[in-house]
Design a protein around this ligand. Structure first.
Ligand code: FMN
Ligand code: FE2
Ligand code: FE2
Length: 394
């Protein structure tokens, strides 16, 4: 007996739980695993499947659909997004459901061809605002580019008012059925937002604007539990996409012989003494997902890392590169570093972070271990950062 769930009348969750997955995109840790959510929508005349599952889980999806009596009878396979964690099962579903048309937009068609070699004869193209009648049930498509790829769209079930937004509003969490049953779900959703959606914050605002004024009773994303009360996640997304920050500083650092750490400790303690929230991550033992989550609303960023082979320590360099591409809304930055002879870390850090247009409040680069005077300068820099992040927003 497979686990399926009727989340609204005639709408079934037929997704799978990947309890074991620990890494996404070969980059982002996911300590609580994830789900790949697929949904079956039964109309009087037609049956639609919204998204599939990650490669390797097709058999489980098939078992669930057999149990519900729909395997082999799918009329429409909706592709909200072409990334293989949702679209990887498309070839298998099309092969075993000869009637099924793959419903997707023009950009999706290109990707489905390139990634899954789907023939045009199996495709049915849709555009923003198009409707698909299933008999007493109508699906409407809402294009939502770059949430998460250019082809992404949301599907809306008009009668039951269920939104299927694919990656948007998701979380990497394998357990639970409904968001309100999972303690700390919003903390997972925030990390996920930081990793996946923060680089597309503007597109996120556009997507939210398209949903404004719509009555939505339930949000059924493609990762993590279903939001049967849409309000908490929608309000969180309104805030996270807005780039609003709080007086908080995220400090990421690498250290080999503790010189950089000595400065990080003074910096963090000073911030906390000044009443500023400081989150400290030693990159050798920290996960990027937690850092991304904290960067969603941090007003300041501190990067620490010594010089190694004329440049920034590779772990700090990696973190700087990740920060650059996930585009956090922070306003202020500071650098803490130590070198033995020629240096080079600070120069490289500044180069990597330059595109972010952070206001650099200062860089401290000490030779060897920081002296009492260096630590005093570190404290002064931290006080300056505290003052700036506590300033009222204009
Ligand atoms: C593997 C390795 C490579 C290093 N390469 C350089 C270098 O190219 N230039 C330099 O100025 N210092 C170099 N150093 C010296 C460190 O930058 C120096 O020891 C620094 O104080 C270490 O800071 P930490 O205690 O925060 O790790 C290197 C040290 C190590 C262990
Ligand atoms: Fe995706
Ligand atoms: Fe995804």
């Amino acid at each position: 007996m497979y686990e399926t769930r009727e989340i609204a009348v005639g709408v079934y969750w037929v997704g799978v739980r990947d309890w074991d997955r620990r890494l996404f995109d070969a980059l982002i840790p996911m300590p609580a695993g994830t789900t790949y959510n697929s949904y079956l929508v039964e109309g009087r005349e037609k049956v639609a499947l919204i998204d599939t599952v990650n490669p390797g889980f097709e058999g489980e999806l098939k078992g669930k659909l057999e149990q519900l009596g729909s395997w082999g009878k799918i009329d429409y396979l909706i592709m909200n997004h072409a990334e293989p964690d949702h679209a990887g099962g498309i070839p298998f579903v099309l092969e075993h459901n000869p009637r099924a048309k793959l419903v997707l937009n023009a950009k999706g068609a290109k990707l489905a061809k390139a990634l899954f070699h789907v023939g045009e004869e199996r495709m049915q193209l849709v555009q923003d605002g198009d409707r698909l009648e299933l008999g007493g049930r109508t699906l409407r498509f809402i294009e939502a580019p770059f949430l998460h790829w250019p082809e992404t769209m949301f599907t809306f079930l008009e009668q039951e008012k269920v939104l299927f937004p694919c990656d948007f509003f998701g979380s990497h969490h394998a357990g639970g059925a409904f968001a309100d049953e999972v303690p700390d779900l919003l903390a997972y959703a925030k990390k996920y937002f930081g990793e996946i959606m923060m680089p597309f914050a503007k597109n996120g605002r556009n997507g939210l604007a398209k949903l404004e004024g719509m009555e939505i009773r339930m949000i059924a994303p493609s990762h993590g539990p279903v939001h049967r009360d849409p309000e908490p996640i929608v309000n969180s997304y309104l805030s996270w996409t807005s780039g609003e920050t709080v007086p908080k500083v995220t400090i990421c650092y690498a250290t080999m012989w503790q010189a950089t750490k000595a400065m990080v400790d003074v910096f963090a303690q000073t911030l906390m003494r000044e009443g500023v929230d400081a989150q400290v991550y030693n990159l050798a033992v920290s996960d990027l997902a937690s850092i991304a989550g904290d960067l969603v609303d941090s007003r300041g960023i501190v990067l620490g890392g010594p010089t190694v082979l004329n440049g920034l320590h590779p772990l700090a360099l990696h973190a700087a590169n990740v920060v650059r591409v996930i585009k956090p809304p922070a306003k202020y930055a500071a650098l803490l570093s130590s070198y033995g002879w020629g240096g080079g870390a600070v120069k490289q850090a500044l180069e990597v972070l330059a595109p972010l247009k952070l206001e650099a409040l200062g860089a401290i680069d000490v030779n060897g271990y920081p002296t009492a005077d260096d630590l005093k300068k570190t404290e002064e820099l931290a006080r300056k950062m505290a003052q700036r992040v506590k300033e009222p927003l204009t």
